[in-house]
Write a new protein. Structure first.
Ligand SMILES: Cc1cc2nc3c(=O)[nH]c(=O)nc-3n(C[C@H](O)[C@H](O)[C@H](O)COP(=O)(O)OP(=O)(O)OC[C@H]3O[C@@H](n4cnc5c(N)ncnc54)[C@H](O)[C@@H]3O)c2cc1C
Length: 376
């Protein structure tokens, strides 16, 4: 299906089904509400076909360009039907499943994620391995019944809701840091897994500590071969820094429009509004080019660090502007709108951390794109 035809038909469908899509949890502000709303919207959109376009047919998709699903994400977030951060897990994790899981596993699992029947999480970061991910220490050793995993992950978004985890483990020696990593697709109800949610400063237990105590993972749950975990992670991270950010920009656009409506007269400096608008358009143009590159079969790589830096910059600029214009409401307000602006302002601080910190993105740009020195 062509993008213009898809856009028009999807917009009509969304208009027609707006009330149905805004289920009982749409107005709620808690993470539980957002998760229930996300499943409801994904299920409704999947059953009507929309959630399947842009994904390959061998994993339950209907085929077509990835631009189709980029527009679906844009439409759902800008209509405030889903929370953009939790929606993006699909864009982050499903492409890697398609690229690295066995065809049978991908065909079985991907439709569950697309339909919102399951949530998956990403177990990469550890207490001593964040920016320096290759130093991760969560270990898996071979046994007769599969890999036995022992160790800890941290900042694992949505782990308390997840049925599965894309998990990086060390299976080789630390001397061969990158080659000694393997990616596993782990059932979160396997005995030996303990999940402890962490409350963030914006008040939602969005991420978790996850402990693995001799957890058995069958060998057919490897994503790629033993030792290919670093390649799988490098496949995944550019999606986290690019396609997943396209619909986030649409959501920021909508919030900026609402801010301009909500701000008291005289509370906004027109020059700053201009600067923020310019940052937003710069990001959207950049992200648009990335979507088209991916849709035409181009590989995403280090260039996506530019997308991530621009996104984090504009996200913080939008909510800095909100903090200035709506200061009383954000600091003192106790209605739902005030709570939402306050929560979004606080959460925007995370934009320079999640998906790789701003400093790390700048290191990648300097070293790998501008050739300003070696990695080490
Ligand atoms: C909202 C949110 C959700 C997240 N979700 C997940 C998830 O689902 N799964 C997951 O695995 N992880 C997740 N993370 C973790 C995230 O990927 C890490 O926080 C991030 O990679 C930074 O690692 P760290 O926290 O260990 O900080 P550190 O690596 O300890 O860095 C601390 C500071 O030092 C700077 N620094 C470190 N090394 C360098 C260097 N070489 N040059 C310059 N500066 C440097 C960093 O930029 C940072 O400012 C999430 C984080 C957030 C905030």
């Amino acid at each position: 299906m062509d993008l213009p035809v898809f856009r028009a038909a999807l917009d009509d469908w969304l208009d027609e089904h707006d009330a149905e899509l805004r289920g009982e949890h749409a107005a709620g502000g808690s993470l539980d509400d957002h998760m229930d709303q996300l499943s409801h919207v994904k299920r409704t959109a999947y059953d009507a076909g929309w959630m399947r376009w842009g994904w390959p047919e061998h994993v339950g998709g209907l085929g077509g360009s990835s631009l189709l699903r980029a527009y679906l994400g844009e439409a759902l977030t800008s209509r405030d039907l889903v929370e953009p951060g939790i929606y993006s897990m699909t864009e982050v994790l499903v492409p890697t499943m398609i690229d690295y899981a066995s065809p049978e596993l991908a065909a079985l699992m991907v439709p569950r994620m697309l339909r919102g029947d399951e949530t998956w999480c990403q177990g990469f970061s550890e207490p001593d391995a964040g920016s320096n991910l290759a130093s991760l220490a969560c270990r898996a050793v071979r046994s007769d019944d599969g890999w036995r995993v022992t160790g800890q992950k941290v900042w694992t978004s949505l782990a308390q809701y997840a049925q599965r985890c894309v998990l990086l483990v060390r299976t080789g020696t630390t001397e061969s840091a990158h080659r000694g990593i393997t990616a596993l697709f782990v059932d979160m109800d396997t005995p030996g897994i303990t999940v402890r949610p962490i409350e963030t400063m914006h008040g939602a237990p969005e991420f978790c500590e996850v402990f693995f105590d001799d957890v058995v993972v069958p060998f057919d749950r490897m994503l790629g071969d033993e030792g290919q975990g670093w390649a799988a992670a490098m496949d995944l991270l550019p999606f986290e820094r690019s396609t997943a950010l396209w619909h986030r920009a649409a959501y920021l656009h909508r919030r900026l429009e609402l801010l301009l409506d909500a701000a008291p007269a005289g509370s906004l400096d027109p020059a700053r509004v201009g600067e923020v608008t310019q940052l937003l358009y710069a990001f959207r143009l950049r992200s648009r080019a990335t979507q088209y590159r991916m849709a035409s079969g181009g590989q995403l790589g280090a260039e996506t660090s530019i997308d991530k830096v621009l996104l984090a910059t504009v996200e913080q600029a939008v909510f800095d502007l909100a903090e200035d214009a709506l200061a009383d409401q954000i600091v003192l307000g106790d209605d739902d709108a005030a709570e939402r602006w306050r929560s979004e302002f606080l959460y925007s601080r995370a934009a320079t951390i999640y998906g790789g910190s701003a400093e790390i993105q700048r290191n990648i740009i300097a070293r790998r794109l501008l050739d300003l020195g070696s990695d080490r």
